[in-house]
Design a protein around this ligand. Structure first.
Ligand SMILES: C[S@@+](CC[C@H](N)C(=O)[O-])C[C@H]1O[C@@H](n2cnc3c(N)ncnc32)[C@H](O)[C@@H]1O
Length: 334
């Protein structure tokens, strides 16, 4: 989900509205007896739709224990067909093979955070609601407060620039370092105020805190690394003809998906420059995916009017070929 928030977009009581739901289900073409991975269970929107579309089985993964806890009721509704799996989608191949599943018919990924996570002030994702500066989806590891208070200024600036695409990253990092000298920054609203004092609101009206909060969230949860691992894991798990559908919310994520699919959709007698370096110099490379559609699928006006958080979404879909997964050739993670 995008880091951009609007106070009027969602209230704390509302549930997550799945983005591009119809398009994702159409892309996966669920069939009776088919086995699917929903790598980002969240509020269970995709999972429910896949289970309803056919007599299928869904392995639903989420790294956030709260999301899976909320999904238990759904598990009771589809006792033999829905399996809730705690963990990261980057590990989906291991998570499934350890449960006796070595191939699947479809994988869906809906990258980012859910409305429930953003709206819960105690999780610390929101720059509009005061809460502890946390942002950890798994509630373990380094929090956003740890990063903001301990990281050297240059590194902080690089993260804000790279993951937030913030032009004024240096200015923001300098302001954070000055503020933390006074006292540690432990609350979301204090950080948002520090950023707003350093960077003026642009003409597009986007809150200046948006980009830095996005950067910290991506860094704290290693979201881009997870996406790369998730794509490779899907390559290993999908059967020939199986479908991969990935919904992303900003250009950094979409670029990773696009580059991955481009690199996996070329066959050559010599490895392409995108192929893993460990491949033997003369091994032939066979395309493992066939991208479906030249351009990403985006939500229509109706969906955006109904769900403003959908406005930056884009979905890419590809079909697995019969070629051996590249990561399987080199024997492990990409
Ligand atoms: C945008 S929401 C998904 C919403 C879902 N498609 C629905 O229809 O309700 C993203 C969810 O993915 C989870 N998530 C994000 N990165 C993850 C990862 N690497 N592994 C597993 N779950 C992840 C988040 O905790 C969150 O619950």
């Amino acid at each position: 989900m995008t880091g951009t928030e609007r106070p009027d977009a969602v209230t704390a009581e509302q549930q997550h509205i799945p983005v591009l739901l119809k398009e994702v289900v159409e892309a996966l073409v669920p069939k009776d007896g088919g086995v699917y991975v929903d790598g980002t269970f969240g509020g269970g929107g995709y999972t429910t739709a896949i289970l309803e579309a056919a007599q299928s089985v869904v392995w639903a993964i989420d790294r956030d224990p709260h999301a899976l806890e909320n999904g238990r009721k759904l598990g009771e509704k589809y006792p033999a067909r829905l399996h809730l799996v705690p963990g990261r989608f980057g590990d989906m191949a291991e998570l499934l093979t350890s449960r006796g599943v070595s191939t699947v018919d479809g994988v869906a990924l809906d990258i980012g955070v859910s409305s429930m996570q953003i709206d819960d002030r105690a999780r610390g994702f929101s720059f509009l609601r005061d809460g502890p500066l946390d942002m950890r989806m798994e509630s373990s590891g380094r929090s956003a407060a740890d990063v903001v208070n301990d990281m050297p200024e240059k590194e902080l600036s690089d993260i804000i620039f790279t993951y937030g695409e913030e032009r004024h990253a240096r200015r923001v990092a300098r302001a954070i370092v000055t503020a933390r000298r006074e006292r540690p920054i432990s609350r979301t609203l204090r950080l948002a105020d520090v950023i707003r004092a350093a960077v003026r609101r642009a003409h597009d009206g986007i809150d200046p805190a948006t980009r830095t909060f996005q950067a910290l969230r991506i860094y704290v949860n290693d979201e881009l690394g997870e996406l790369e691992r998730g794509l490779s894991a899907a390559e290993r798990l999908l059967k020939p003809g199986g479908r991969l559908a990935v919904v992303s919310f900003h250009s950094l994520e979409d670029r990773i998906v696009k580059t991955f699919l481009r690199s996996r959709s070329v066959s050559a007698d010599q490895p392409s420059r995108h192929a893993p370096a460990m491949l033997a110099p003369h091994s032939p490379v066979r395309a493992t995916f066939k991208p479906l559609g030249r351009r990403p699928v985006v939500p229509g006006e109706n969906e955006i009017a109904h769900n403003p958080r959908a406005r930056s979404a884009r979905m890419r879909v590809a079909e697995r070929t019969a070629a051996t997964a590249l990561t399987a050739i080199v024997g492990g993670r990409a």
